[in-house]
Design a protein around this ligand. Structure first.
Ligand code: UDP
Length: 466
């Protein structure tokens, strides 16, 4: 019988999508059985999540764990804490599910694969004698930062924002303290202590598969390989991005038909991922800026929220976002600007020839997708480790420009307009386009038959099937 792999993703499309791609990729190389064991926080699974899960081949199955209750948490509880608690409160159900799986005819999993919030499950894996692996859904640079968190915690008493100099993570481009992850910005907040503890658990898995590739982050991979602080075996296996064309009807199809009508490389795609939301003021400034730029754009708009990650758990907004756009906006940009509500087929849009740029919140999947499609970016980070990702794509890789936030925390319309014009018609665009095309080629090579990521994935699969 084939080997059986259990995958335990933490909440969020940004975790589920790449883990599903990992599963698809594994099946290209080996006959395996894969079971997704999915924790849920808010009741019924969301539509985009269901669409993806329903499209999976027969030997990938999914089990939804009973939804956990987070209603006891204060409103202002950090996203990272919510994700961690969804995982930890699902552990008894994970235990129960593994008990059932190991006693059924499906055979004990030969590996439990979790993402970056999954290490809380390692004790259970140990109890069942299942080797635990992590799939890192963030960059190699963020992985280095995570390993360094407990070390930096010991070295510095002050907050990152008070660091006199940029943080120099081994093998990585220097990062201003304020650009380090959200979860480590406030040492008095309980989330900080939780993150230090979680970071320590990164030493526990047998191996860490990283959704990146050596040529994209050579310094970070070298540091991971050589640093005595990194105990697990590191396997670069990316760039794994969503491959299925899942949206040939409805809004998705409309977007692609609309793109067909525009010249090559002329349209800016604007999206803040599954979780990103803007304030009302920011939404209006973005709208006016896009209008002022005179450029073509396709914007996935969500209704505004005071929190920048308000749709993280459900990837959708409940109010009609069009009602929050400036009066007459849609009419004034008609023909050159398409606004769609909530969700669009991002990979298909980025791979469409008419798309010439991507204004992105710098979620790691979005960055990988842009690189794989050879599209330069405007970096507009919002939350989590996105500011660090934006440093990587700007200072590190030279494939993006970052928006400037004013003293009120807003990116004003003039700044939006300047960045958009610069990306679509400026000199910078040519340079960034060349750079990103080069990375696109290197990414394809990494996944080719004898590429670095393919070899590394085969190496780990061999261990699972031994
Ligand atoms: N995504 C999409 N359509 C949307 C918004 C997001 O297909 O309208 C996908 C996107 O292609 C990516 C994932 O959702 O694969 C978002 O992951 P990312 O890491 O970029 O950001 P997150 O949503 O986790 O903040």
């Amino acid at each position: 019988m084939e080997a059986h792999i259990a995958i335990f993703p933490s909440p969020g499309m940004g975790h589920l999508i790449p883990l599903i791609e990992l599963a698809h990729r594994l099946l290209l190389h080996r006959r395996l059985f894969i079971t997704f064991i999915i924790p849920t926080a808010a009741g019924a699974p969301i539509k985009p999540q269901n669409d993806i899960l329903n499209a999976m081949p027969d030997n990938i199955s999914s089990i939804f764990l009973p939804p956990v209750d987070l209603n006891d948490l204060p409103q202002d509880t950090a996203l990272e804490t919510r994700i961690s608690l969804t995982v930890t409160r699902s552990l008894p159900a994970l235990h129960q599910t593994l008990t059932e799986l190991t006693t059924s005819d499906k055979k004990t999993p030969s590996a439990l694969v979790v993402d970056v919030f999954g290490p809380f499950s390692f004790e259970i894996a140990r109890e069942f004698n299942i080797p635990a692996y992590m799939f890192c859904t963030v960059s190699a640079m963020t992985l280095v930062a995570t390993f360094q968190t407990p070390i930096l915690d010991q070295m510095y008493a002050c907050e990152y924002k008070d660091f006199p100099e940029p943080v120099r993570l081994p093998g990585c481009v220097p990062v201003q303290g304020t650009d380090m992850g959200d979860s480590v910005q406030d040492k008095k907040n309980e989330t900080y202590a939780q993150m230090v503890e979680l970071s320590k658990m990164f030493s526990m898995p047998k191996g860490i598969l990283v959704n990146s590739f050596v040529d994209l982050e050579p310094g970070a991979f070298k540091a991971l390989e050589n640093g005595e602080w990194c105990k697990p075996e590191i396997y670069p296996v990316g760039p794994l991005i969503r491959s299925g064309l899942d949206n040939r009807v409805g809004t998705g199809f409309e977007c692609l038909k609309w793109l067909d009508k525009h010249p090559v490389g002329s349209v800016l795609f604007v999206s803040f991922g599954s979780g990103g939301t803007l304030s009302q003021k920011q939404l209006s400034e973005l709208a006016f800026g896009l209008e002022q730029s005179g450029q073509r754009f396709l914007w996935v708009v969500k209704s505004p929220h005071g929190k920048s990650n308000a749709s993280y758990f459900n990837a959708q907004t409940h109010l009609d976002p069009f009602g929050f756009l400036p009066d007459g906006f849609v009419g004034r940009v008609e023909g050159r600007g398409l606004v769609v509500s909530t969700w669009a087929p991002q990979v298909e849009i980025l791979s469409h020839g008419s798309t010439g740029g991507f204004l992105t919140h710098c979620g790691w999947n979005s960055i990988l997708e842009s690189v794989v499609c050879g599209v330069p970016m405007i970096a507009w980070p919002l939350f989590a480790e996105q500011r660090m990702n934006s440093v990587l794509v700007t200072d590190g890789l030279g494939v993006a420009n970052r928006v400037k936030v004013d003293e009120n925390g807003v990116v004003g319309r003039d700044e939006v307009s300047k960045c958009v014009k610069g990306l679509i018609e400026g000199e910078d665009w040519r340079k960034m386009r060349l750079k990103v095309s080069e990375l696109k080629g290197l990414g394809a090579m990494a996944l080719s038959r004898d590429g670095t990521s393919t070899r590394s994935l085969l190496n780990v699969v061999q261990k699972w099937c031994a």
